[in-house]
Design a binder for this molecule. Structure first.
Ligand SMILES: [Zn+2]
Length: 146
């Protein structure tokens, strides 16, 4: 019997989903993948200054799980920096609940955090995308735009 994966609460996604070392063509580049829950763990602990205990409560995971997420994120970032690899944030998987999404306007490239959005608060365009919509967005072929 497989154990159901417990959910992890994520406040909001990072601003950027892809970091690439300067001067290395993408085709010659190896990547390291950061998961959305690893991002949230370092956002709360490293950026927000929360203890592992406090961050664990926010994400609704155990303290040891939170510590594992922080450690694996640190390891991946160190590998990217010292071995010159790209860093990619993966799409939220099934056990991740995004409390808020990060939206991008495809017309003015404004980016903002909100629970839901119908239009860009800067320019009013409805040509917006968010992490929750990314899978759908890719299927529709928006990605081929550039
Ligand atoms: Zn806009």
């Amino acid at each position: 019997m497989t154990r159901p994966r417990k959910v992890r609460i994520v406040g909001y996604p990072p601003a950027v989903w892809f970091f690439k070392p300067q001067g290395i063509p993408t085709r010659d580049l190896e990547g390291v993948e950061l998961s959305m829950d690893e991002c949230e763990a370092i956002r709360l602990v490293d950026l927000g200054g929360l203890t592992h205990e406090e961050a664990a409560k926010r994400m609704e995971v155990s303290r040891p799980t939170l510590t594992r997420l922080v450690e694996s994120a640190h390891k991946k970032i160190a590998v990217a920096l010292f071995e010159g690899k790209a860093l990619m944030v993966t799409e939220p998987s099934g056990n991740i609940i995004l409390r808020n999404d990060r939206f991008y306007c495809q017309d003015c490239w404004n980016s903002w955090i909100a629970r839901n959005a119908r239009g860009c608060p800067e320019c009013g365009s409805s040509n917006i995308i968010g992490w929750r919509m990314r899978r759908r967005w890719r299927q529709r072929g928006f990605r081929k735009r550039r």
